[in-house]
Ligand binder design. Structure first.
Ligand code: SF4
Ligand code: SF4
Length: 180
């Protein structure tokens, strides 16, 4: 999502070229609030992993850029620079985009949103490497409870046109669950 201020990111960020986002501006403003970052989408976020939250409380606010289109923008977006004000610490679902975390066919998966122009610029190997980086740096640090909190959001996130990149291990102990 939107590129940010100069500096070293605190967490993993997919290196989408700033010039591409500048010409595209598809991110951070939403016609459909259900596509906003998970932290502001509604639902149970207490106990969410820190990497999926922002350093500031976020919400959507009406956006006057294109009055003919009902748009809402994330309050983390600087309206003048069109950059994320806390880039590098923005939520994981923003930082890894155009990769998305979904829950499909009983597994968490990282998929690629082919609607982002960068998806056709980066190679298959590049996105696979980025997905493996996310697995090593962030996914493996999550607790079973955090995975369970993410699951409903990941389920709602999926769309048939997203292309699978990597299936992620589910570290929850399903053997402890009662069978029906
Ligand atoms: S859709 Fe892709 S290219 Fe466009 S602003 Fe978002 S990350 Fe950047
Ligand atoms: S948190 Fe930052 S990158 Fe994410 S939607 Fe808001 S402004 Fe955009």
């Amino acid at each position: 999502m939107a590129e940010g201020v100069e500096g070293v990111p605190v967490r993993m960020v997919l290196p989408v070229p700033a010039i591409l986002c500048e010409s595209c501006r598809m991110c951070c403003r939403f016609t459909d609030p259900s596509r906003a970052p998970w932290a502001i989408r509604g639902g149970e976020t207490r106990g969410f992993p820190a990497g999926y939250l922002a350093p500031l409380s976020l919400r959507l606010s009406p956006c006057s850029d294109l009055p003919e289109i009902p748009l809402e923008s994330c309050t983390g977006l600087d309206r003048h620079s069109h950059r994320c004000t806390f880039w590098g610490e923005h939520p994981a679902d923003c930082r890894i985009y155009p990769l998305l975390l979904v829950y499909r066919e009983n597994a968490f998966r990282l998929v690629l949103d082919v609607d982002c122009p960068f998806s056709s610029i980066g190679t298959e190997i590049f996105f696979r490497e980025q997905a493996e980086r996310f697995l090593a740096q962030e996914w493996k640090t999550l607790s079973p409870r955090e995975l369970s909190l993410l699951e409903p959001f990941a389920r709602a996130e999926d769309s048939p046109h997203y292309r699978e990149v990597l299936c992620l291990p589910d570290l929850r102990d399903f053997s402890a669950r009662p069978t029906s």
